[in-house]
Design a binder for this molecule. Structure first.
Ligand code: GLA
Length: 434
């Protein structure tokens, strides 16, 4: 490991000892990355394909076991956001993969949140100041429900994944917490099983009806590759991203999305519209009972449904059906190094999300269109759940800096704020670092 790689571990351990001074016990350092999806949006809960990779921004955890069944958590990023923001000179635009959040003693006069394994673990109300702990609560509760014996623990975590940016800080928090608890118990778990367990935790403790993409890539990513995940049978193909030939650039619009609690949000609404489409395509005489999900529907069937199925529902289904096909093709093209054609599919994907699925906002439309004005950019599209968040661009290495400069200038002129941009390589899935 490089010197830079070990420094943060020493620093974070020292910070941990300052916060949890009296604790003794087994200690581990864990990391869980964020993710960016190169293509395949809102296809996971429709049994389709997705093509994400893990990114360098990550959540880092120091955890130490406790014998009294208490789980105590504190964070430099969540819960006391304001004091953290004012204590670090990292204005918008300056945050990147190598940024570490510095800790102040005053933040740690007490642990931020705690719960006990000796009682039933319940989610907090979403307005509770400690509502972010619903992710750790959910992860721990689901491990216990799976019959895994756990001890209590103290956890200090720090994150460089932008919150609400569509880069899966929530799934990283879930998977990372579960890895902490398992490591302290001296156990490992198959990454896909862990991902499914964390997805259940997100449904039940955060009220977010998410698919399986984020947890899977965060638990099971392999450095240097993107993962073609078939969400029907959870089979995976890892496709190398040639670092000599490609860069992945992420630009955060800073428009926050919220896929969280409640059935009334747009994400849950899209899921219901997809279910409605499935019912239509599965019901005779027009439909076929063999149709179990939009994965089973063809573009021809979509065309035939025009005028018979509600237009909004039809467009939602068309996005999913075309996006699933694009995603499988994109993985092939990338493996064959046909970057220009792959880039075209990213543009089609963006247009489909904008026009058929209606999940983009003006700011991300602007960023993805502007990206294409820079020479050497193969493709750009919104990534993640939508309604803000980030775009991802696939670019020639020499174009990365020009792209970031162009987006930063153009976005500031148009919207009066700097997007947070960074270049990232494909990182490894969550791991025990020490
Ligand atoms: C969020 C969800 C994923 C997926 C994407 C959209 O990130 O967590 O399961 O549905 O939105 O592709």
């Amino acid at each position: 490991m490089s010197a830079a790689g070990t420094n943060w571990i020493t620093d974070l351990r020292r910070d941990f000892d300052r916060v949890f001074s009296s604790s003794k016990g087994r200690t581990h350092v864990i990391r869980a990355p964020g993710r960016v999806n190169l293509i395949g949006e809102h296809t996971d809960y429709n049994d389709g394909f997705v093509f994400p990779m893990a990114i360098e921004p990550e959540i880092r955890f120091v955890c130490r076991s406790r014998e009294d069944g208490q789980v105590r958590l504190t964070s430099t990023e969540m819960g006391q956001k304001e004091s953290v923001a004012s204590s670090q000179n990292s204005g918008a635009g300056s945050r990147n993969a190598s940024t570490d959040y510095r800790l102040l003693d005053s933040q740690f006069s007490r642990p931020l949140a705690s719960f006990s394994l000796n009682e039933k673990i319940v989610p907090l109300d979403k307005h509770d100041k400690d509502a972010w702990t619903n992710y750790p609560r959910g992860a721990i509760a689901e491990l216990i429900a799976a019959g895994i014996p756990l001890s209590g623990m103290d956890v200090l975590l720090t994150s460089s994944i932008p919150l609400g940016g569509g880069l899966s800080s929530s799934a990283a928090l879930l998977v990372g917490t579960a890895r902490c608890a398992l490591a302290l118990a001296g156990l490992t778990m198959d990454p896909q099983r862990l991902a499914l367990l964390c997805q259940k935790a997100e449904h039940e403790y955060a009220g977010a009806p998410v698919g399986i993409m984020d947890q899977t890539i965060i638990a099971a990513a392999r450095a240097g590759t993107a993962m073609l995940l078939d969400c029907r049978d959870l089979s995976k193909r890892f496709v190398p991203l040639d670092a000599q030939e490609l860069r992945v650039v992420v630009a955060n619009s800073l428009v926050k999305h919220d896929l969280g609690a409640g059935g009334d949000n747009e994400y849950a609404k899209r899921r219901r519209q997809c279910e409605e489409a499935v019912r239509f395509f599965a019901t005779p005489p027009i439909g076929n009972p063999a149709v179990k999900s939009l994965r089973d529907v063809t573009l021809q069937q979509i065309d035939q449904a025009k005028g018979k199925l509600d237009d909004v529902v039809l467009r939602r289904a068309r996005h999913v059906v075309t996006e699933t096909a694009r995603t499988a093709r994109f993985a092939e093209l990338l493996a064959e190094k046909k970057y220009e054609q792959a880039g075209d599919l990213m543009l089609q994907s963006h247009a489909s999300m904008r026009d058929d699925y209606e999940i983009t906002v003006e700011e991300v439309d602007f960023l993805s269109a502007e990206a294409m004005k820079v020479k050497g950019v193969y493709g750009a599209r919104m990534t993640g759940g939508g309604f803000g968040g980030c775009i991802v661009a696939l670019v020639q290495p020499r174009a990365a800096t020009a792209l970031i400069e162009h987006l930063t200038r153009g976005y500031a002129d148009r919207f009066g704020k700097r997007p947070e941009c960074f270049v990232t390589t494909a990182a490894d899935g969550a791991s025990i670092v020490a």
